[in-house]
Design a protein around this ligand. Structure first.
Ligand code: G1P
Length: 306
């Protein structure tokens, strides 16, 4: 069947990042570095590698640095050119190429009314097309781009697609949790979807992580829903309402998932990514070996779980 390709992606990036205060007082959390790139750049790279041609950044006050990052800096380029710093110029060129390959629009969410409201804010640009949603806190690397896997599932089914992964029972209250009926291999038919249930009420341990392909009816439902969990407009509630008339599937995707929205998760992602870099790996391993030798890595009670 001929259905429109998924070419537009929404990045909800208006959150205040209070978990990271004070660094997020004057710095968008999406700009915090994962090694040497801002965390949001990983999502933008994934979207482009998945065939997205138009990104809609939903931002709020104090997010100017995101705009500047994806814009060209002639001043910096000139400075580096004059000094013959070709490698650094190439690093800037890599960022420039992202915005050459994909249009980036910015739209402001004037009030923090929830994820559903952030996605609805992008409606004038999405304009009835299917769209992807990428939550920048969730960084997914390795294997084929996660969003590309979801888009392929959309091509095959025409359904709204949720990126899914099983989580330990104690973590279900952090996620949208999915109930399924059958399905083949990693693709499941969704029968219910609940935002952040208590472990005792959770319909399963299958969590929705921060990648979605939304069939057009989800945007329509976003305009109709009432505030849900936490008094906010929830994307989960709009998707659940489409279950009556449309189809929703969950895909257990391939790839490494990092939740950079918490400090332990953010630090874990930095460590894992740095260890994957040839230019950093040996130095970092030296630091870790020294810590092991000095017995600085023994488990203390109350240590954070990632
Ligand atoms: C959001 C969604 C939730 C989803 C999660 C994935 O929650 O509301 O359904 O499971 O992202 O990271 P948040 O992490 O913004 O509280």
């Amino acid at each position: 069947m001929n259905r429109p390709e998924v070419r537009k992606a929404v990045f909800p990036a208006a959150g205040l990042g209070t978990r990271f205060l004070p660094i997020t007082k004057a710095q968008p959390k999406e700009m915090l570095p994962l090694v040497d790139r801002p965390s949001i750049q990983y999502g933008v790279e994934e979207a482009i590698a998945s065939g997205i041609q138009h990104i809609v950044m939903v931002t709020g006050g104090g997010k100017r640095a995101i705009f500047d990052h994806f814009d060209r800096s002639r001043e910096l380029e000139l400075y580096l050119e004059e000094r013959g710093k070709h490698e650094l110029l190439e690093t800037l060129a890599e960022v420039n190429r992202l915005s050459d390959r994909c249009a980036i629009s910015y739209i402001t969410q004037k009030e923090p009314l929830g994820l559903g409201h952030a996605v609805l804010t992008a409606q004038p640009i999405i304009n009835g097309d299917p769209c992807a949603v990428l939550l920048p806190d969730d960084v997914i690397l390795g294997g084929p781009p996660c969003l590309g896997q979801l888009i392929e599932a959309y091509r095959q089914t025409g359904a709204t697609v949720l990126a899914a992964r099983r989580v330990p029972n104690r973590q279900v209250s952090r996620y949208g949790i999915i109930a399924t009926a059958g399905g083949s291999g990693p693709l499941h038919e969704v029968t219910d979807f609940v935002e952040k249930p208590e472990p005792k009420d959770a319909p399963s341990d299958l969590a929705s992580l921060g990648r979605y392909v939304l069939a057009p009816d989800v945007m329509t439902e976003l305009g109709r829903i009432d505030p849900g969990a936490g008094g906010e407009l929830q994307l989960v509630d709009a998707i659940r309402r489409t279950l009556a008339t449309g189809k929703v599937v969950a895909l257990e995707f391939e790839g490494e998932y990092y939740d950079t929205g918490t400090i332990p998760g953010y630090l874990k992602a930095n460590l894992a990514l740095a260890l994957q870099r040839e230019d950093l790996r040996e130095d970092l391993l030296d630091v870790i070996r020294t810590m092991v030798d000095r017995d600085e890595l023994s488990v203390r009670s109350g240590s954070a779980r990632v």
